[in-house]
Design a protein around this ligand. Sequence first.
Ligand code: BTN
Length: 319
Amino acid sequence: MLTLLKLLKDGRFHSGQALGAALGVSRSAVWKQLQLLEAELGLSIHKVRGRGYQLAAPLTLLDPVSIRETAPSCDWPILVFDSIDSTNAEALRAIERGQATPFLVVAERQTAGRGRRGRKWVSPFAENVYYSLVLRIEGGMRQLEGLSLVVGLAVMQALRELGASNAGLKWPNDVLVGQKKIAGILLELVGDPADICHVVLGVGINVNMQMTDEVDQQWTSMRLETGKAFDRNHLVAVLGEKLQAYLHRHQVEGFAAIQSEWEQNHLWQGRAVSLIAGVNQIDGEVLGIDKQGALRLKVDGVEKIFSGGELSLRLRDDS
Ligand code: BTN
């Protein structure tokens, strides 16, 4: 089915006969595959008698050669999948198989994209970026401190450079435009965090998505923010360069050196928020973050520190 898509991706008309000949199948088999493309991948295909078949809009698929041309310094191997359950899950399997690090997993779509706190990450075909970079960490806990926040900063800078000039951060690692989420980050770790471990830096960015009923929170995309369609290969390359620079700085100088830059880009600095921890809710005012990336909240006049992957923030109505 994806071989057929690759023939159609130029957005031109192709006759059923030519497609059948290229694939070595009958015209009715082509027809069935076209229907599958529409049903499974949500693509729209024009069918015109006498002319053949045409994708409603041309598609640019992920291409490691194109990514490397824009970001030659990101020389890590790139594993590209047409469809995968989750790029984070695949990255964890590749670590298990002994794949040398660093390496990157990207996919055209995810059938079981993972979000934070057990949520799903909506991942339609060829519209967005689903990205998992794997690093081996040898420096113990210090190399992990604030790491997810650093990834958020790198993502935010990449999106700003590409035109989402109002992108900002929400603790711990959401990238928002106004109140709408444009990118999310999920770190997964295997091994001993105090000694040697592997960390998967999972990044999901809404790029060309313009419509979906499936996302259960306010969201936006690069296309909705800028009015332009993006080549995801370019976005992956720019993200790679930003990540490389920030990860290097984090490794050499530690999170403390990045703390104030992060706070300057925190959209909810000084705001009245509720911190949700399972069924518990703590109301306070955001003071900032500490040198490990934990949240500093003023609660009943007293500063308190919060950290942990299961926490999330909501703005209070009165803020
Ligand atoms: C969040 O809930 O904000 C985090 C979303 C992280 C989604 C990305 S998409 C690439 C990688 N693979 C996954 O299954 N999840 C992350």
